[in-house]
Design a protein around this ligand. Structure first.
Ligand code: MG
Length: 159
């Protein structure tokens, strides 16, 4: 049996904040604002897994009102989604994702993000796709006000 899941995320950008994406600290003039470490890629993939399992969303598992998750490493969220997935005897077939960010160029960091996702999900790196797009200088992404992410996952039930 297969299940598909979709997740997305948005975080506001501010000067002098860290920018963490897929567990990678990216040098950037603007960083993401959030309750946790604001890793918008991990958040979208986490939500996609919860979605595939119909287990609610990242906010229902890790409330942004909960002090425990303040400045939390978002790997914690992704790992919990992966744990619940395994508990239900599913595994990830593949992940595809998009990071929408105006600057900086993410190409040098993409493979490390893929590695981090692959390790957390216990799959080979060739099952993990991370793509990057700019906002073409329009909307909140193009105006460098926000970072947006999207992810889809396909899960397969182990026999
Ligand atoms: Mg988020």
């Amino acid at each position: 049996m297969y299940r598909i899941g979709f997740g997305n995320d948005i975080h506001r950008l501010e000067k002098d904040k860290p920018l963490i994406l897929g567990g990678v600290r990216v040098e950037s003039e603007f960083g993401a604002v959030g309750h946790s470490d604001a890793d918008a890629l991990f958040h979208a993939v986490t939500d996609a897994i919860f979605g595939a399992l119909a287990l609610g969303d990242i906010g229902s598992h890790f409330s942004d009102q909960d002090e425990r998750w303040k400045n939390a490493d978002s790997l914690t969220f992704l790992s919990e989604a992966a744990r619940l997935m395994k508990e239900k005897a599913f595994r990830v077939v593949n992940v595809d994702s998009v990071i929408n960010l105006e600057t900086p160029k993410l190409r040098p960091h993409i493979d490390l993000m893929r590695e981090n996702l692959a390790r957390a999900l216990e799959i080979e790196i060739d099952r993990v796709s991370v793509k990057a797009k700019t906002g073409e200088k329009v909307d909140a992404v193009g105006s460098r006000l926000a970072i947006k992410t999207e992810a889809v996952v396909l899960l397969e039930k182990k026999l």
